[in-house]
Design a protein around this ligand. Structure first.
Ligand SMILES: Cc1ncc(COP(=O)(O)O)c(C=O)c1O
Length: 424
């Protein structure tokens, strides 16, 4: 297989929102930071009758409001001194132990000392980037890759190098080819950032054989792997294969989150990895926030202790599976017949590629908004400038009644621009 090494510069031309008057005040690292297309989109889609497939939030319909209120009251009443106080940087011991048990249920034996609790897995991504990336040193990411992860690495000035993927996720042979090529230039990637389960944005699920091949490559080339598993519990057919961390615990750092299975307002996630690495990550966390929300950690702890969180997750799977099916059905019906996508077996996203568009999906976005529908353009996910004909559609947050209508609007719009390309 022939693979070209494609990179995004650590210091891009600058953010359109930055005012030149203040440019000189910014650190080099701040100049590397880019606003996420997805965040920018929220402001646009709040107006008018727009059906937005842009945001990948959980649907608020499933937020357990009464349960949350009861758990919060319980925590405040029974543990006010600990729950309202600053906590340890690593997180409260009882939740670290409970998360270690949870990792065991996911096939990864873990001790509480191998768990670092974070403010969502987004903070984990930032800590990982601060701890393992170096200015301009290569970091391997997927094409397409998760914007939050890419931005965390770029903000810490890592040089993003895209690895090829297909409908089954990252291609191990492509990864080893890139590593070989880097090595021939005297470089070693700092780590590989990968989302094996229900990738954001690609929706792909990495098969068992590829997981084994990937950790084999990591061992051969002494590579650290950062495995982001925000969606692993949201499987719609069957449980995903074992995490990479189960296959190579000595070199995989696993990121988990309660955002999608409980609720994201809590901001509770975790890192599970080798203790020596966790100790350094904890030092990075001391500089970032000293400790994440103690109160939120106790709420999660009480929720896990009630013992029926699996039932809740199974209920969520049913709801999201139904939305996935509605979007799939609508795509079959309303999208151009040559549109390419694979059906996600979990998570929140369809990644759709529509050939022969007159311009990129990013350029088409304002007109799509005028047609009452929003998506995230593919280019923001692709560090090689690819994704021009692709878009990410999230079904998680859109009311069931609107999914079909939104896909109808978008399908007709895309078919229309292929027939009548926009002027100028
Ligand atoms: C792949 C992936 N990783 C990490 C996150 C961050 O999640 P949180 O910080 O809420 O745990 C998200 C959120 O959408 C995500 O999609």
């Amino acid at each position: 297989m022939s693979v070209t090494i494609t990179t995004r510069p650590a210091i891009p031309g600058g953010d359109a929102h930055q005012s030149s008057q203040y440019e000189g005040f910014f650190s080099l690292a701040a100049r590397s930071m880019r606003s996420s297309d997805i965040r920018d989109m929220f402001a646009l889609t709040e107006a008018g009758d727009i059906i937005s497939f842009a945001g990948g939030f959980p649907t608020p319909d499933v937020f357990p409001a009464e349960k949350a209120a009861a758990l919060m009251a319980k925590v405040a009443a029974t543990r006010p001194q600990a729950a309202l106080q600053y906590g340890p940087t690593e997180g409260i011991g009882e939740l670290r132990a409970a998360v270690a048990d949870l990792m065991g249920q996911r096939g990864v034996p873990a001790t509480p000392g191998e768990i670092l609790l974070t403010a969502g897995s987004q903070q984990a991504l930032d800590l990982v980037a601060r701890t393992f990336a170096d200015p301009l040193a290569p970091v391997l990411v997927e094409l397409p890759g998760y914007v939050g992860g890419l931005n965390a690495i770029a903000a810490n000035r890592g040089r993003l190098i895209g690895c090829p993927t297909d409908q089954d996720g990252i291609i191990p042979a492509g990864v080893s080819e890139i590593i070989e090529r880097l090595r021939s230039q005297g470089e070693q990637p700092r780590f590989l950032y990968v989302i094996p389960n229900f990738n954001n944005p690609a929706g792909t699920l990495l098969p068992q054989e590829r997981r084994e091949a990937l950790v084999e490559i990591a061992r051969r080339y002494n590579l650290l792997i950062v495995e982001d598993d925000a969606y692993g519990e949201l499987y719609y057919d069957r449980r995903p294969p074992l995490p990479l961390r189960a296959l190579a615990p000595e070199r995989v750092i696993y990121l988990g989150s309660f955002s999608k299975v409980f609720f994201p307002g809590l901001r509770v996630g975790w890192i599970n990895g080798p203790e020596p690495l966790l100790r350094k990550l904890a030092v990075a966390k001391q500089a970032a926030d000293l400790c994440s929300s103690t109160f939120g950690q106790y709420v999660v702890l009480e929720w896990l202790r009630e013992g029926n969180w699996q039932q809740h997750t199974s209920w969520l799977r049913g709801i999201y599976r139904h939305r996935r099916d509605l979007m799939w059905e609508a795509l079959r019906h309303f999208f151009p017949a040559d549109a390419r996508y694979s059906v996600p077996a979990g998570g929140f996203f369809f990644w759709v590629t529509v050939p022969d568009l007159p311009c990129s999906t990013r350029e088409l976005l304002p007109q799509a908004l005028a047609h009452g529908v929003a998506y995230v353009a593919g280019t923001g996910f692709c560090v090689d400038g690819g994704g021009q004909q692709s878009l990410r559609l999230s079904f998680s947050q859109v009311e069931e009644a609107k999914i079909t209508e939104g896909i109808r609007r978008l399908g007709e719009f895309l078919a229309g621009v292929r027939e009548r390309p926009p002027k100028g």
